[in-house]
Write a protein that binds this ligand. Structure first.
Ligand SMILES: NC(=O)c1ccc[n+]([C@@H]2O[C@H](COP(=O)([O-])OP(=O)(O)OC[C@H]3O[C@@H](n4cnc5c(N)ncnc54)[C@H](OP(=O)(O)O)[C@@H]3O)[C@@H](O)[C@H]2O)c1
Length: 329
């Protein structure tokens, strides 16, 4: 059987991706073979496909870290032909082991999860690591005492997948959300998913002092770099910043003053957990749950497999909006 897969190769010191014809024997070993139906496009995936950074740890490799589909063969008793399943959230799939961007995937049975009640094959990937990471950040704000009456919550990289979900979840819980974006032309989209106000990327802080006017009770930061520093300088007393992203930079500079004079906290969020260990943040996103994004249909859209390379270029250029899902034919 021949099928199409995207592979990232290392050629002449560069990483190059292309869609190639494969057979099952070309894929890494595993007990379960899945016919792919949907795959997510995360920022990390766009970097892998575009040959940027060190996402892929073994070459050549099929990128893509989240897939859903139907089992077509299994040598493990937990799965049968026809089961609807997902693979997402490990440290290997689409990184060191052939991943999601292929019409068939083959993986160890321990990486495969049945689709849980309250999710379907499309929305389990549409929500995926992006919505789960945002839900973890929202739970962290709540856990640290940031309630809606404490003041507005800033969300950076607002038009991105994770941040769109964060805006949706926070607004449905009653928070006032201020969306910070490089694309202020997307203000009507951001308001339609729950933002009360939309500001430009450079408008988080108005000056460059170590402490600026106190504005935010909480923040969800998807970009790192200078915007993260601007958030820290403008947090209210006992404000909490939940950081999980690096689109604006992998490093940032801050003074100690927000921490020691305003008791600001910086919480790191890691959403790279397999579905089986996602706990309440994932369960709350099932249909009917209080963290289920109300605007999933506005945030998520489908792209064809053969449009993936071009779409990843748009992500790297920062021209994307919302969360793309690859639909396999
Ligand atoms: N820690 C974890 O477990 C975890 C899990 C998932 C994602 N992440 C990280 O979270 C971030 C967002 O992921 P995603 O999948 O939501 O990505 P995404 O959909 O591509 O969104 C990223 C957004 O960041 C903004 N952006 C892009 N380039 C920028 C730049 N140079 N400077 C400032 N802002 C820029 C853009 O929003 P605007 O134009 O609206 O500003 C863009 O839409 C990524 O860094 C990703 O690696 C981390």
């Amino acid at each position: 059987m021949n099928f199409n897969a995207m592979r990232v190769y290392r050629e002449g010191g560069k990483r190059v991706s292309r869609i190639v014809a494969q057979t099952l024997d070309d894929l890494d070993p595993g007990e379960v073979v899945i016919k792919s139906r949907f795959a997510a496009v995360n920022y990390k995936d766009a970097r892998a496909v575009s040959g940027i950074g060190n996402v892929i740890k073994r070459f050549p490799c099929v990128p893509g870290i989240e897939v859903s589909g139907n089992v077509v063969a299994s040598t493990h008793t937990s799965f049968r032909e026809g089961d609807t399943v997902t693979v997402q959230g490990g440290q290997e799939f689409g990184i060191r082991h052939d991943g999601a961007y292929a019409e068939y995937v083959r993986v160890p049975a321990s990486w495969v999860m049945p689709i849980q009640p309250g999710f379907d094959a499309r929305d389990v990937v549409a929500l995926g690591i992006a919505a789960y990471t945002s839900a973890l950040a929202v739970e962290e704000l709540i856990r640290r005492g940031v309630t809606p009456d404490k003041g507005p919550i800033a969300v950076t990289g607002a038009t991105g997948g994770c941040s769109s979900f964060a805006i949706d979840m926070l607004s449905s819980l009653g928070y006032t959300v201020v969306a910070s974006t490089g694309k202020t032309g997307e203000a009507s989209y951001l308001k339609s998913i729950g933002a009360a106000e939309v500001i430009g990327r450079d408008a988080i802080a108005t000056g460059d002092k170590p402490l600026e006017q106190q504005r935010w009770a909480g923040a969800i930061d998807a970009v790192g770099g200078k915007p993260l520093d601007a958030l820290l300088r403008t947090m209210k007393k006992r404000g909490v910043v939940c950081a999980f992203g690096n689109a604006a930079g992998e490093t940032f500079t801050s003074s100690i003053y927000p921490f020691i004079l305003r008791s600001v906290s910086l919480a790191g969020i890691n959403g790279n957990h397999p579905v089986a260990s996602r706990g309440s943040a994932w369960a709350r996103m099932a249909r009917g749950g209080d963290l289920r994004p109300r605007h999933l249909d506005k945030i998520c859209f489908e792209i064809p497999f053969d449009g993936l390379m071009e779409y990843c270029g748009q992500v790297i250029a920062g021209n994307n909006r919302g969360r793309a899902v690859v639909r396999f034919a």
